[in-house]
Design a protein. Structure first.
Length: 315
């Protein structure tokens, strides 16, 4: 296990090196540079990044690290809630579908979910806004909280800062603004979790110990809680990296559609104003977060589900 963790950390360092080389090339490609100073400039550039010195934004004239602290927490909380919702809803529904795989209703639901995964998130977001915000007028269209709520920035996360105010009106406004972006962003990963959990649950439900538990009259809820869930996690965990990658990319589009004040809006404005410092920082930070998450998932799989304890499923 220690060798595996060491290899993963070495891979992380190598990818970090490659990423810094790419960013350094982006940094110098439009400027004049001397070949004999290239290595020294690279180490200076890398050390500045490690210290959090990302330069000055050409559009806002503010330090990029200041803008990063403003926009990144909103993106992370959107990804966090979307991932939790999609994992819980998709896995629970997938287990139920796997245990009742002969049901025509569940087969039809599975077919519909396979078709709806092709819906682009920006189109789905516009449809949600049209239905729930414009027509029904029950949810807000944009932003992360009402302009009438004065929430002091303590942590940078509007969710945590709103709760710290202990103001029911601000908390309700924050939750109302959170509903549509989270649902839209959760739709595709929830479908992926559903399909993974359904297939894994179906495979496990055909095993002898599950058949024996059913013959003893054990309920489906008890089967799912005691046997199915823990046995399908090793099959789902490796796919989480791909799902998170898709979630990170979809978040940028969702934030633009809902005008969510996160890195999506930040990157969009940087592209519009050709703000290279912001673009380099956004690429670097999001890539590092994704690499760290991937490394943690791999290590968790090795620690909690070592190969000798895993149930090999052909899914």
């Amino acid at each position: 296990m220690l060798k595996f963790i060491a290899r993963r950390l070495l891979v992380l360092l190598f990818v970090f090196f490659v990423l810094t080389v790419i960013l350094f090339w982006m940094h110098i490609r439009l400027t004049e540079f001397e070949a004999d100073r290239l290595v020294r400039d690279y180490f200076y550039f890398t050390s500045s990044i490690v210290r959090g010195n990302f330069g000055i934004s050409t559009s806002s004239k503010l330090p990029v690290i200041y803008e990063l602290k403003t926009y990144l927490p909103s993106t992370l909380e959107l990804i966090f809630f979307s991932f939790i919702l999609s994992f819980v809803a998709g896995t629970v529904a997938g287990i139920a579908a796997g245990l009742n795989h002969h049901s025509m209703l569940l087969k039809g639901t599975t077919t519909m979910l396979r078709l709806t995964t092709s819906f682009p998130v920006f189109w789905l977001g516009q449809m949600m806004i049209t239905i729930f915000a414009v027509e029904l007028k029950i949810l807000p269209t944009a932003g992360n909280i009402s302009l009438f709520c004065d929430v002091p920035q303590v942590t940078g996360s509007i969710f945590i800062d709103s709760i710290l105010t202990m103001d029911p009106a601000c908390i309700k406004s924050m939750l109302d603004h959170l509903v549509l972006p989270v649902i839209v962003l959760s739709f595709m990963p929830a479908t992926q979790f559903f399909l993974l959990a359904r297939r894994a649950s179906f495979t496990i439900s055909e095993m002898d110990f599950i058949r024996m538990a059913i013959s003893r009259g054990q309920s489906q809820f008890s089967l799912a809680r005691k046997h199915i869930f823990l046995n399908i996690i090793p099959s789902i965990l490796p796919k989480v990296k791909i799902i998170l990658c898709n979630l990170f990319s979809a978040t940028i589009l969702v934030e633009v559609v809902f005008e969510w004040p996160g890195t999506g809006i930040w990157i969009s404005n940087a592209v519009e104003h050709s703000d290279n410092a912001v673009l380099e920082t956004a690429i670097f930070v999001l890539a590092i977060i994704f690499l760290l998450v991937n490394t943690v998932i791999d290590i968790m799989g090795e620690v909690f589900f070592p190969e000798k304890r895993r149930i090999t499923l052909n899914i």
